[in-house]
Design a protein around this ligand. Structure first.
Ligand SMILES: Nc1ncnc2c1ncn2[C@@H]1O[C@H](COP(=O)(O)OP(=O)(O)OP(=O)(O)O)[C@@H](O)[C@H]1O
Ligand SMILES: [Mg+2]
Length: 236
């Protein structure tokens, strides 16, 4: 199977109050196209930090991330932005929705800079409405993010990440604020879509329900990764 993303020997530390905290201490792993990987680990282990680096959003101190053959941190910032816009969807742990835009406008946003597969603004809005309906937000299109519950904001963040049909979807606790039933419906949609379109997923999660659906589990502990267990032929 072709490798979509290869991370090699990633290191990242933060300086906090004259102290250096080493969060990643040599993380290496590859993700093959069309597979799903769950990253698990204790709170503060560095899962979000790692996901941001894999998604081209935060520079490592050292190490490389090769995505579809491009070294993300040795290419220009412009090229990195373009790759992100065209190929990578990101669901942030804290959503990062734009408060002044409506739900529909937030969902449409990536298409404005993205692949250009959606021809017109009305077609973009049509696609955004379809995604909103898939995550149960069709009635909320004209609301602002502040008017949504935490779980509704989370579903909007997921719809936005899917807007450009990303090859690589990175999601940080995508169902952390959802009840079991809503979480299951949203996950059914994401995994069905990933299987149909051969999208590749990396999901940070504390949820067994989410981790079970991934083909591979990786545990981040004390700055390094260990393969947790392999699950073959499940939603890959
Ligand atoms: N911008 C930053 N400045 C300083 N320290 C940071 C920064 N971002 C993260 N850290 C530190 O890095 C460590 C890892 O943080 P990270 O958010 O990656 O953990 P996490 O595994 O995602 O945790 P959680 O499960 O609680 O979301 C934490 O100790 C945190 O304090
Ligand atoms: Mg986190």
């Amino acid at each position: 199977m072709a490798v979509l993303m290869k991370a090699d020997n990633l290191h990242k530390s933060y300086a906090i109050m004259h102290r250096t905290v080493s969060v990643l201490r040599g993380v290496s792993f590859s993700v093959e196209s069309g597979t799903s990987v769950a990253i698990v680990g204790a709170s503060g282990a560095g899962k979000s930090t790692l996901l941001h680096i894999l998604g081209g959003l935060d520079t490592p101190d050292s190490g490389t991330v090769i995505f579809q053959g491009t070294d993300l941190y040795r290419c220009s910032a412009g090229r990195r932005s373009l790759i992100r816009a065209k190929h990578i969807g990101f669901v942030f742990q804290s959503y990062h929705l734009l408060p002044e835009l409506t739900v529909l406008e937030n969902a449409v946003l990536p298409a404005m800079t993205g692949k250009g597969t959606v021809s017109s603004f009305s077609a973009m809005k049509e696609r955004a409405r379809e995604l909103l309906s898939r995550v149960g937000l069709e009635e909320r299109a004209q609301h602002r993010p502040m008017e949504l519950s935490g779980g509704e904001q989370q579903r909007l963040a997921l719809a936005r990440a899917l807007m450009n049909e990303p090859d690589f979807l990175l999601a940080d606790e995508p169902t952390g604020n959802l009840d079991d039933e809503t979480g299951r419906q949203v996950l059914d949609y994401v995994f069905d879509l990933a299987r149909e379109r051969r999208h590749t997923l990396v999901v940070v999660t504390h949820s067994e329900q989410v981790a079970e659906r991934c083909s591979r589990h990786i545990r981040l502990n004390e700055g390094i990764l260990a393969d947790d267990r392999e699950q073959k032929n499940v939603n890959t």
